[in-house]
Design a protein around this ligand. Sequence first.
Ligand code: EPU
Length: 438
Amino acid sequence: MTDLIHVTGGTPLNGRIRVRGAKNFVSKAMVASLLGDGPSELRNVPLIRDVEIVKGLLELHGVVVDHDREGGVLRMDSTAVDSAHVADIDAHAGSSRIPILLCGPLLHRLGEAFIPDLGGCHIGDRPINFHLDILRKFGAVVDKRPQGIHLTAPNGLRGTKIELPYPSVGATEQLLLTAVRAEGVTELSNAAIEPEIMDLINVLQKMGAIISVDTDRVIRIEGVKRLGGFRHTALGDRIEAASWASAALATRGDIFVEGATQPEMIAFLNTFRKVGGEFEVEDDGIRFYHPGGELSSIVLETDVHPGFMTDWQQPLVVALTQATGLSIVHETVYENRFGFTEALRGMGATIQVYRECLGGLECRFGQRNFHHSAVISGPTPLEAGEITVPDLRGGFSHLIAALAAKGTSTVHGIGLIDRGYENFTEKLAALGADFERP
Ligand code: EPU
């Protein structure tokens, strides 16, 4: 298969598709398996490239992984965890940000860890300073070398008290994965409390960890000496669900997303309704549809949970190009997540990006020269274009734009979309999209 797709837009997407486990949880649960002495089993695992990448990383460290791809079951046995060769780990450099989360578990299991340069989507600087600060506070010694970062824990890892400067998802996970087996008590203030983090806490508790989530974003962990394996079914992917919901809205379609769940999507559903989309929550999923007539413009701010997720922003912006009036979107999680709008402008959308914090409160990116607010004026018909996918969610947004546009678009670099959207071309076919992936 080539890395491009030809999409002839204008057909509403109608039908039923299924989303499985959340990318941003499954990869972390896989890392958690490293902490256990016994075998673990993770169910509802999607067939996405990020899972393959983490599987490769675990195998490099001596974890025996058995993957029932169709059944979506991963069995991981971490009994014989071992150090990996630097060159092998390095081969994974640039492919994912997950390696940074291996630090705590590997320090516990082996007394050292080596982390290559990190990849991930280019949607901002994406530093790892919170991660390294946390590891240092536990007692790790961080040695930055040309090929990556080498960590040791000469005196073991000890519980500590930490306040995050910002409720970072990855840093909260870093802390959890390190604190559960550190000596003594750890207290984290200003923690992220995304549903994927709560599900990671479920997994760690099943393994034997003692973790409480208090009010006001405080997480307390009492370290234990050993952890066992776990059996767990991953929560559904609320980013993928919202992506398909936005595709339904932008193409005036009607999509039932099996596996979408309401509690994790409250903020999205409120916004979807304000824009003029309709939805019906069923036991096995949510139906999202365009009821006909005009869509309404909105003012929207992305935020950490329980706010409107940054990852929902990009697909929804495409639908907002079809809404009547001026919509304002203020991105407060990443400083640089509007790069994808350039291609939309090329397809006929009217979108201006601004450095100011528009439509809401001042965020930490105000006055700092980042284009992190967007004003979208609609409705504007979209014309076919030739586009190159910039990042995972931006890429899916371009796909939605192509599906909504008149004519045949060519979207390059769609391999990036495989990182986080399971079988998306099969799903497009099931929804009646007109496309060819040569
Ligand atoms: N940040 C720092 N220093 C750090 C870590 C983060 O300044 O050491 C900043 C980031 O630059 C960013 C903000 O904190 O501005 C939030 O980043 P966070 O750490 O919460 O993000 P992440 O853990 O790197 C995960 C998801 C992202 C998702 C964010 C926010 C995974 C693998 N990735 O990233 O998902 O956008 O949380 O919910 O879980 C995606 O799926 O497409 C994706 C990018």
